[in-house]
Design a protein around this ligand. Structure first.
Ligand SMILES: NC(=O)c1ccc[n+]([C@@H]2O[C@H](COP(=O)([O-])OP(=O)(O)OC[C@H]3O[C@@H](n4cnc5c(N)ncnc54)[C@H](O)[C@@H]3O)[C@@H](O)[C@H]2O)c1
Length: 249
């Protein structure tokens, strides 16, 4: 028996990166997985590779009709127990240069998209007897990071949304938690950052994380092993949040 046997999961932003890795791990643990993204060619190819328990659909997390289709598809497969709100966009831009319409776009995908996902699954998950929602925030949702005004606004919102959803959905048997990754080795990290070994020397573990490491945490929170965890925030950042590095480093 896998840790997610009998459960159906929706994972957003699953065509690549952390979402794709979570899909792979959840399938290995017995789940049926509905993978959503806007990168349709990549998502369809991955789902075909992952086998019959995986399927892909176009899910722009800012589009309510797409959410309706995703939930319908998941319920045709099995009881909907898990949602991973993973889709996200990121860029770095100083406040004086950030455009309000661009900041709003970031907020729509990262924060409002998670909110719409929670709204869409609330009732079916309750009908399924409960479940787990995991919202992927960031360390940028725990503290300020220079150049991250739009991203930080969106990821702090995800953290706050998680608390409210935990309060409102707990009585339905739905747990809601947030994950706060530090730098993770995916396409979201610019090449110049990923390829420079010095970039992460300030972190106690001295490196970026791998998507597999975040996926293990998402698996734990999605599974019944975390049956009493709700409203929590889980930092996974190689120790960066522990405090300040030595002054000369
Ligand atoms: N990589 C990091 O260093 C890092 C650090 C902290 C948090 N995160 C968060 O982790 C999550 C996953 O990011 P990743 O590292 O895998 O990066 P990624 O860019 O590889 O993956 C993000 C995925 O989200 C998808 N996406 C973008 N807009 C979408 C939309 N409107 N609807 C549906 N899907 C959409 C993209 O197509 C992509 O497949 C994101 O929420 C990101 O903000 C990443």
């Amino acid at each position: 028996m896998g840790r997610l046997t009998g459960k159906t999961a929706i994972i957003t932003g699953a065509a690549r990166g952390q979402g794709a890795t979570e899909a792979r791990l959840f399938l290995a643990e017995g789940a049926q997985v509905v993978m959503g993204d806007v990168l349709d060619d990549q998502g369809e190819a991955l789902a075909a590779e992952l086998g019959e328990a995986a399927c892909y659909l176009h899910l722009d997390v800012t589009n309510p009709d797409d959410w309706t289709h995703a939930v319908k598809l998941a319920e045709e497969i099995g009881p909907l127990n898990v949602l991973i709100n993973n889709a996200g966009i990121h860029w770095v831009c100083p406040i004086e240069e950030e455009q309000p319409d661009k900041a709003l776009q970031m907020f729509s995908v990262n924060a409002l998209g998670s909110f719409m996902g929670i709204q869409a699954v609330r009732e079916p998950m309750s009908r399924a007897g409960g479940g787990s929602i995991v919202n992927i925030s960031s360390v940028a949702g725990m503290t300020g990071i220079h150049g991250h005004s739009a991203y930080g606004m969106s990821k702090w919102a995800v953290r706050g949304l998680t608390k409210v959803a935990a309060l409102e959905l707990g009585p339905l048997g739905i747990r809601v938690n947030s994950i706060h990754p530090g730098p993770i080795n995916t396409a979201m990290l610019p090449d110049r950052v990923r390829d420079n070994p010095d970039t992460f020397s300030h972190l106690p573990l001295g490196r970026a994380g791998q998507p597999e490491e975040v996926a293990q945490l998402a698996l734990y929170l999605a599974s019944d092993d975390a049956s009493f965890q709700s409203g929590g925030e889980y930092i996974i950042d190689g120790g960066g949040w522990a405090g300040h590095p030595p002054r000369n480093s």
